[in-house]
Design a protein around this ligand. Structure first.
Ligand code: BG6
Length: 484
């Protein structure tokens, strides 16, 4: 299967924080791949802007080494690199001062699509928006792209939204959640709304519960400084997992268009019941002989910040009333494995008698690695011995089903940056969505802050604290095994 690449219109993309970690690891390699794919044409320009004193030639060298280090792509030939680098420029700029702004503004060309990527801490969002406006760069065709963390609670997210809204319309603001750019996450919508098979069963009458797991094998590494002020709930649940929950639980939007999709997601978040203290477990990983534990990777050795969280959520609406959603995410777990499992109820009556055991269909959507879907089906165990039943998977790995070309899925950032240029906000979070998500997570965080109870320690390489297992056991259910 050959993927179709539609070139985008010529654009200017300014990366504030152009020498930062995200630019190096994700943004520049993603742009290079789109260049190789023929989607980013020869007229497009990428302008790095940061405080570091360097000229365009030095920035091109910087970008070259970033791409060679972080682009693990084998199809994107290295000889394309010089062509791509010629489209890069650099401006030394002070986000809070006046240095560089005239130079940046002089580089802008009338009538082209302009995107400004705020790849900087949220503390600078307001300053950048204000200067873009005062230097006359914020025209009707301009878009701004902002990264998470979008605030650390409802109040700060609101303040950020208000700061940006002073200079940009909501239709110009692209809040990135890179999970929405993942191929399989978009497939959630295709599976649900492109097939007749699932929708009639997609409700509390047939679904016993839904489990969402985003497990990481790595720890916080060198990000301890940021992470310890954040924790798993802010870092993963409020955004990435919330988005997965929304896509799984939302009503079918009338169209695949930005506001239709985001309206439905927002309704899910607003329908979430508050989470009780007994419905959340938080944990922190311990060290091993070879690897330091969480507390040894952050400054505050007495920290209560969680590197793991598991919780039980309820959506109070007609479709889902009575069906629990179990969410868990953590670092230093058994494997890097993310999946959503929709566990259906057992058949109301077994004609095969009690010896046939308990069987329930499970639809598993594997997000990473090994993207695909699997449907657990109950069949007769082959051979003599009567009607013995066994569960087998109908397994579809996307790469196998769609051919080798598609095994190399575009990275989330490739898709999302091209969507910004195209002006498609469907896969970006709207301001009200982000605020609603904080409104739901804030009380959980406040509850922890008001308690002196520390997170439960769990062994590196495990499935998290035993209490997370208990969260399901006490409901007579169990987590699926974390397996890569
Ligand atoms: C980021 C979090 O948003 O997502 C990280 O800040 C986390 O802590 C990462 O590791 C996970 O992303 P992915 O794409 O590797 O699943």
């Amino acid at each position: 299967m050959v993927s179709r690449v539609i070139p985008v219109e010529p654009f200017d993309l300014v990366i504030f924080g152009g020498t930062g970690d995200l630019a190096r690891r994700k943004i520049l390699p993603a742009l290079f791949r789109r260049f190789c794919a023929g989607q980013m044409g020869p007229e497009a320009r990428v302008i790095g802007a940061a405080r570091s004193e360097m000229d365009t030639a030095a920035y091109r060298d910087f970008a070259r080494s970033a791409i060679l280090e972080f682009d693990d792509d084998t199809v994107c030939a290295e000889e394309n690199l010089s062509g791509f680098l010629e489209q890069l420029h650099y401006v030394t700029l002070d986000a809070r001062g006046e240095t560089g702004w005239d130079a940046l503004s002089a580089l802008m060309v009338e009538g082209r699509i302009r995107a400004f990527y705020f790849s900087v801490g949220p503390g600078l969002f307001g300053d950048l928006a204000e200067r873009l406006h005062s230097y006359g760069m914020a025209d009707a065709e301009s878009r701004i792209v902002v990264e998470k963390p979008f605030g650390r609670d409802l109040a700060s997210a609101r303040a950020l939204n208000q700061g940006l809204a002073q200079h940009f319309d909501e239709t110009q603001i692209y809040r990135i959640d890179h999970y929405l750019g993942k191929e399989t996450v978009q497939n959630l919508m295709a599976i649900r709304f492109g097939n007749m098979l699932f929708e009639p069963l997609w409700n509390a009458q047939y679904v016993d519960h839904i489990q969402i797991t985003v497990a990481e094998a790595r720890g916080v590494g060198s990000r301890g400084g940021y992470y310890d002020k954040s924790g798993a709930l802010r870092d993963m649940v409020q955004n990435h997992m919330m988005q997965l929950l929304c896509l799984i639980a939302m009503e079918p939007p009338a169209k695949f268009d930005p506001d239709a999709v985001r309206d439905e997601k927002l309704k899910v978040i607003r329908a979430l019941d508050p989470v009780g203290a007994d419905d959340v477990v938080r944990g922190q990983y311990e060290g091993t002989k070879e690897r330091p534990g969480y507390r040894n990777q952050v400054e505050n050795r007495d920290t209560h910040t969680e590197s793991f969280v598991a919780l039980r959520a309820h959506i109070g609406n007609w479709r889902w009333s009575g069906t629990p959603f179990y969410l868990r995410t953590g670092k230093r777990l058994k494997a890097r494995a993310s999946e959503i499992a929709v566990v259906l109820k057992e058949a109301p009556h077994s004609i095969f008698g009690t010896q046939a055991g308990h069987h329930a269909n499970i639809l598993t959507i594997r997000l990473q690695p090994n993207e695909g879907i699997e449907l657990g089906v109950t069949i007769k165990e082959p051979g003599p011995g009567g009607m013995r039943l066994v569960d087998v998977p109908l397994d579809m790995t996307f790469a196998e089903a769609l051919g080798p070309d598609t095994a190399d899925f575009p990275d989330a950032y490739e898709r999302l940056i091209m969507d910004v240029v195209r002006g498609d906000q469907t896969l970006f979070m709207r301001g009200d969505e982000v605020e609603a998500a904080w409104r739901w997570t804030d009380p959980i965080i406040e509850g922890w802050q008001n308690s002196s109870v520390a997170p439960i320690l769990y062994a590196s390489g495990s499935s998290g604290p035993d209490d997370a297992l208990m969260l399901m056991h006490r409901d007579g259910r169990r987590w699926r095994e974390i397996r890569a």
